[in-house]
Design a protein around this ligand. Structure first.
Ligand SMILES: [Zn+2]
Ligand SMILES: [Zn+2]
Length: 72
């Protein structure tokens, strides 16, 4: 039993509650928790918003299968 809330399964208000997971990030392959900002693609793939923000534009487009190359 949880010592804080006295429940066997902690309600979300309890600090010991396990964070609910939404899925796995298609970019970094880490778990996405309910509390994290995330982006869902139309076909169902999920990404951390943070992961997509770190990508350069060509990398970002490649994640969505749009191939671009820089021309001189
Ligand atoms: Zn608890
Ligand atoms: Zn990620």
């Amino acid at each position: 039993m949880c010592e804080i809330c006295q429940h066997y399964i902690c309600p979300s208000a309890c600090p010991n509650a396990e964070e609910r997971t939404i899925g796995v990030c298609a970019y970094c392959e880490d778990i996405i928790y309910e509390t994290q900002p995330r982006v869902r693609e139309t076909d169902g793939r999920l990404f951390h918003t943070e992961c997509l923000e770190e990508l350069s534009l060509p990398e970002l487009l490649a994640q969505f299968n749009i191939e671009v190359s820089e021309e001189e």
